[in-house]
Each structure stands twice: as C-alpha cells, then as structure tokens.
Design a protein around this ligand. Structure first.
Ligand SMILES: Cc1cc2nc3c(=O)[nH]c(=O)nc-3n(C[C@H](O)[C@H](O)[C@H](O)COP(=O)(O)OP(=O)(O)OC[C@H]3O[C@@H](n4cnc5c(N)ncnc54)[C@H](O)[C@@H]3O)c2cc1C
Length: 266
C-alpha cells in the first residue's frame, strides 16, 4: 500500500521547554514538515544521531502531542537514559526527529467519543480535539486522565490551553480530582467510540469494558522499538484477524501504534 505521508528525518531545534509535572516536560520543536502531516496517535522517533553524538545510541518513540503552526509538541516523562536526555533539552538544543510514523486514531462519524488517558498516554489527546475540529470530524469528546498522584498530573490549565477541553482527572490517592483509577470513571452509556492510550494494564481494562459493551474501541499500544519503521521487528505483538480468526503478529511501529481493540490477542 502506498504511504500517503512522507517520512521526514531532520535535526529540529527546541523552541520552548517547560516543566509541567514531576519528571515531566513539555517540549516544542520547530518541525514544519512533520507538523504539517502528523495526526493524533502517530509518533516520532527522537534520537541524538548515534555514534559520536553521545548516548543513547538508539532513538526513542514519542507520541506527537500537539501541532501549533510549524511547531510540534512532545510530552516527555523521564524514566531511563533516553527520556532523561530528552527531558533535559533546553530552548536552542536540537534532536534528530524521524516522523510522522505509525497509524492514527480513526474517528469516522462517531458523535460521542470517550478518550481514556493514563500517564503520558495523555499525549495524543492533547492534540486530538483541535485536530478533529480542523478536519471536521468527530463529535463531542470527553477526556478522562489518570495519574498516580497530584504531583504527576500534567498542569490542568496547560491541558485546557492545548486541547480546549477540561480533563476529568483521576488520581489513585485522591490528591487531585477523583479518587481511584481512571478506568473507574468509564461510563459507556451513549458513547459510540472509545479511544485509549496508557500503560498496558489500563488498556486491557478499557478494552474489556468496551468489548463487553459492544462499543468500538481503538488502543494506542506501547512497545520498545529500535527503528520505528518496521525493520528491527523488535515491537511485534500478538494479533488476530477479527474476521477470519487467523492469528499472527503485527508490528506496533508500522501496523500500530493504534489498533482496533478486537485485533489484539490479549
Ligand atoms: C508509540 C509510542 C509512543 C510513546 N509516546 C510517549 C510519550 O509521548 N511520552 C513519553 O514520555 N513516553 C512515550 N513513550 C514511551 C517512551 O518511548 C519510553 O518511555 C522510552 O522509550 C523510554 O526510554 P528510556 O531510554 O528513557 O528508558 P529505558 O532505558 O528504555 O528504560 C528504563 C526503565 O524505565 C522503564 N520505562 C521506560 N519507559 C517507561 C514508561 N513509559 N513507563 C514506565 N516505565 C518505563 C523501563 O521498563 C526500564 O525499567 C512512547 C512509546 C511508544 C511505543
């Protein structure tokens, strides 16, 4: 199948970098060619050029979290070597971006959409409402967003600024918003599409609820990957063809990261 998009590989400069929660940064890159094409659910591989440029050698995948004119936003939480280096970037620094990559959420003619975000799984939903408005698709959107505690919550006013929606916040200890897991907030009454992004245990719960209720559901899956373009086969996951029942494997980088819930063999 012919790709509709042109994958761009370019050193891009950080235009702004701000702390938005504990270990979490919001970065905007000057990346006009990626920004012009990217859609919610898609990602970029972010690297530092490999040998001679310091570690890590391999790039890391990150969801496109905003497109503002010629700028592209990323939401970064520092865990290991790659995300720590990325989170340490300041205005004027550059990183090597490759993208846009992967599949996007498909809104079709859904009128009531429930988005469920866990942790940095918030990233695509910071982008989706305005993108949908621009494309003239998608209806009323409700955004549920969960974190461990208040310190991890991405600045709520920044969420509103970026996506134009007020997120319904859930924290496990009740220190901000509702107390409990974000999946406790799911109510599928009247919903005709569920979109989710976050840790795998959360996605499994969302998938179960949506399949039980017979509501179409799309999940953005996270896997470690070395290339992002289907060469390393490092991000293979077990899938099933819902029509034929035939089992196989898909690659999160090129077949995903967004999959219909019924395609995942979980
Ligand atoms: C399609 C896609 C989109 C992504 N989008 C984003 C995004 O928008 N923002 C973002 O911050 N991350 C995102 N990630 C995850 C990000 O790629 C990883 O956090 C990153 O690869 C970690 O690299 P590292 O070198 O920092 O950590 P590694 O050295 O690879 O790992 C260090 C340790 O941290 C753990 N770890 C790594 N990542 C996570 C995590 N996300 N949650 C919990 N523990 C973790 C590892 O298991 C390991 O124990 C995305 C991943 C995929 C596949």
């Amino acid at each position: 199948m012919r790709r509709e998009q042109r994958i761009v590989r370019a050193w891009c400069e950080v235009q702004s970098a701000e702390r938005t929660a504990e270990r979490t940064r919001w970065l905007e890159f000057a990346a006009p060619e990626i920004a012009a094409q990217a859609a919610p659910g898609q990602f970029v591989m972010v690297g530092f050029g490999g040998r001679g440029w310091g570690s890590p050698f391999l790039p890391r995948p990150n969801s496109v979290a905003a497109v503002r004119g010629e700028r592209m936003g990323l939401l970064i939480r520092a865990f290991g070597e790659g995300s720590r280096r990325l989170a340490s970037l300041q205005s004027g620094d550059s990183a090597l971006l490759l993208g846009p990559l992967g599949s996007r959420y498909r809104l079709g003619d859904a009128r009531r959409i429930l988005c469920v975000a866990g942790g940095v799984g918030l990233a695509p939903f910071l982008f989706l409402p305005r993108w949908a408005q621009q494309k003239g698709c998608g209806g009323e959107i409700r955004l549920l967003y969960g974190e461990r505690d208040a310190r991890a919550v991405f600045d709520p006013s920044k969420i509103q600024e970026l996506c134009g929606l007020e997120a319904e916040i859930w924290t496990e200890d009740g220190s901000l918003g509702n107390r409990g897991r974000v999946t406790d907030g799911i109510d599928l009454d009247g919903v005709d599409l569920v979109l989710a992004c976050g840790p795998t245990p959360m996605l499994k719960l969302v998938r179960k609820q949506a399949l039980q209720a017979g509501v179409p559901c799309q999940l953005a899956v996270e896997e470690h990957m070395a290339c992002g373009v289907g060469t390393c086969i490092g991000c293979a996951i077990e899938t099933v063809d819902p029509d034929t029942g035939e089992q196989g494997y898909d690659l999160v980088c090129v077949d995903g990261p967004v999959f219909p819930a019924e395609r995942l063999r979980w």
